[in-house]
Ligand binder design. Sequence first.
Ligand code: CTP
Ligand code: MG
Length: 246
Amino acid sequence: MARFGVILPAAGSSTRMTGFQKKKPFLDLKGRPVWVRTAEHFLGRNDVCQTIVAVSPDDLDWFRETYRPNLAFMDIQIVAGGTSRAESVRNAIQQLSTEVEYIAVHDAARPLLAARWIDEIFAAAQQHKAAIPGLRISSTVKRVGGNGRITETVDRTGLVQAQTPQVFERGVLEKAFAICRNLAGATDEASMVEAAGHPVQVIDGWPMNIKITTAEDFRLAELFVGALPKPASLGGLHPFGDELFR
Ligand code: CTP
Ligand code: MG
């Protein structure tokens, strides 16, 4: 079985989330902190051998103290994040154990995952060496000028919104980081791997796998928590249900 190391960047400053006391990874989402919900999807998996969360250097002491009870039961490492997301991920890569063969990077601010989605992206990474989920854009896409006027209706053929987990063979991602000259400018790992000249496979993303970015996203996340697919063993088919799979 391939061994995956999981990196959860949680070191951002949540500037687009207004009206909350805490940064978004630390907000309580229906009984558990966002970052804990995110980590839980990976911690119990047989194919995950290491999980690392990147936390802002300013928050490290507070984080260790506040989450001591959670951390006692979680096999998770903590690293200091950087000033950009890619720098946070780089710091975590440097702490990966030698047994890690594939690296999965997943936003701590995306707590709405399902085991079967992780299975899918891990399988794609093993097949293609680099794989990300991408959500097809269903709306008509416009380019809008600074004055609020449409300048163009963009052909949406082939356009997707990149999600995470983004998963790479270890050497592929390490090389992309080594080559990259502008870490601060990279908003995801795939863009760095693309720039390094390695093909990246896209599989269909999942609409509920939203990144909590604004206060409204957080409200949506509260609703979606109860709507995520259940593990197959718990679900089963409802005799009167309309859905074939839950
Ligand atoms: N992140 C990180 N280190 C940074 C910046 C971001 O680990 N220096 C993490 C965030 O904590 C988040 C993920 O990367 O889990 C996605 O980033 P984003 O949604 O942009 O979060 P923030 O940067 O915190 O939010 P904002 O851009 O609104 O300030
Ligand atoms: Mg950000």
